[in-house]
Design a protein around this ligand. Structure first.
Ligand SMILES: [Zn+2]
Length: 107
């Protein structure tokens, strides 16, 4: 698998012993965050924070391990429709279908 570490939620409810219904969601949020680049992470956190409303930025910061200031910056960027962020269509190395190797190399 990958060497990317998936963060563990640090919110008070996940730190408690009792199960709670959002635990899986928080795990999945961290899973998603681990696969995003820095900017995407910030924007995703921002959208989640917006969804939660008051106190959302702090809670999302606790869940994802991002800095609360980073989440707030993401909220500002998202609120501004990411106007300052150029759209780049870049494929990651190794993304997409594997190349079809026609050549047969002697081993
Ligand atoms: Zn949590």
């Amino acid at each position: 698998m990958s060497s990317i570490d998936v963060g563990v939620c640090q919110c008070p409810r996940c730190q408690a012993v009792d199960e709670h219904p959002d635990r899986v969601l928080h795990e999945q949020m961290n899973l998603l965050v681990s696969r995003l680049d820095e900017a995407q992470r910030r924007w995703y956190a921002a959208v989640e924070a917006n969804r939660l409303g008051h106190g959302g930025a702090r809670l999302v910061a606790q869940i994802t391990g991002l800095d609360e200031k980073t989440v707030r910056r993401g909220q500002e960027e998202v609120a501004g429709s990411l106007a300052d962020v150029p759209v780049k269509r870049q494929r990651r190395p190794g993304g997409g279908r594997p190349p079809v190797e026609k050549k047969i190399r002697p081993s």
